[in-house]
Ligand binder design. Structure first.
Ligand code: TXA
Ligand code: MG
Length: 313
């Protein structure tokens, strides 16, 4: 396994590898993705097997340009407006597949829908352009682990199974994209992320924010085994007990990690997964205690990931 420098030669090698039906890990602005040519059934199968991902959980298709959507999904005004506003960027749109959509049905877990986004990262963009085909890419972690935000995280988790990991340094956003279902009349957020409901509402009007209404049929992602730390995780903690690692927000005495000393939610989001990876270590701590994180903007997505992690245990 090699971590490749993502210069022109590295990107060209990765693109060749992908076109030959292999899997490559690459950086995006959210987290690292485990990419395969979305039009090749066997390549997509490798992604599912490397991740240990259940076949019922569909993958996101990454495109180099919004115009690539035309071949993949039925369009409407909301889709065009959202892509115009937020792409390239961390918003994934769940759409109705065109009947002649060239993407492997396995990517969609055999559903009639397809999730698409244009990543906002120069290496991801260069790779997509070089491959000249859409890439199916889930987060580059084994199913049930925390998403990787550095090439090193990917190497630790999946290095043995991969020939190429393109190193783009730490991911800027650090949390996975917002997933928005547009196959229903009132669009619904299936996974909160960097782009929040307020921003989406400004573009397409009212959306359904009722999280509990998400059922397994609409959101196969809910079937996914979510990341659960091996240590007990306490939320909204003002301090840590003896032996616990305290994850602070905005300063604290004896914090093991401060997500953002200046109370910047975007900074906290970009640090969250690295903090969990570093501190979820039973040889050093008995438990994890996380400070309250304000629940607005990207804070909603941070709280979503923390709640799932705490519940997953
Ligand atoms: O930021 C991201 O979205 C990263 C980067 C690599 O792009 N990718 C990512 O992929 O987080 P993954 O597979 O870890 O999460 C994709 C989520 C899953 O919850 C999946 O169920 C949902 O998107 N999803 C994909 N296709 C869907 C579909 N057709 N209908 C409903 N949900 C879908
Ligand atoms: Mg994932």
């Amino acid at each position: 396994m090699t971590i490749k420098v993502a210069d022109d030669a590295g990107i060209a090698a990765a693109a060749d590898h992908l076109r030959s039906g292999h899997v490559v890990a690459f950086p995006t602005e959210t987290v690292y993705g485990l990419g395969a040519d979305a039009t090749q059934h066997d390549a997509v199968s490798k992604v599912f097997s490397i991740k240990g991902r259940p076949a019922v959980n569909p993958l996101i298709v990454h495109v180099a340009d919004p115009s690539w959507l035309e071949e993949l999904a039925e369009s409407d005004d909301r889709i065009t407006a959202l892509a115009d506003t937020f792409w390239p960027g961390p918003l994934t749109l769940v759409l109705n597949r065109r009947s002649d959509c060239p993407i492997s049905k396995q990517v969609s877990a055999n559903l009639d829908t397809i999730a698409v986004r244009q990543p906002d990262h120069p290496i991801a963009a260069a790779l997509l352009t070089a491959v000249d085909r859409p890439l199916a890419a889930p987060s580059a972690n084994p199913s049930g682990h925390v998403s990787p935000t550095t090439a090193k995280h990917v190497e630790t988790d999946l290095g043995d199974a991969l020939d190429i990991i393109l190193d783009g340094g730490p991911c800027r956003a650090g949390l996975e994209s917002t997933v928005l279902d547009l196959t229903i009349e009132t669009a619904r957020i299936l996974r909160p992320g960097v782009i929040d409901a307020v921003a989406i509402t400004k573009v397409i009007g009212v959306i359904d924010e009722h999280e509990s209404s998400i059922g397994p049929i609409n959101s196969p992602g809910q079937l996914e085994k979510h990341y659960a730390p091996s240590l007990p995780l306490k939320l909204n903690a003002d301090s840590a007990h003896e032996g616990e690692a305290y994850i602070a927000f905005g300063g604290a005495q004896n914090a093991a990690f401060d997500l953002s000393p200046s109370c910047d939610l975007a900074e906290a989001a970009s640090n969250l997964f690295a903090a969990l990876r570093e501190l979820d270590d039973p040889t050093r701590f008995k438990g994890l205690a996380v400070a309250p994180i304000p629940a607005y903007g990207i804070g909603q997505a941070i709280n979503d990931r923390l709640r799932r992690a705490a519940k997953g245990r």
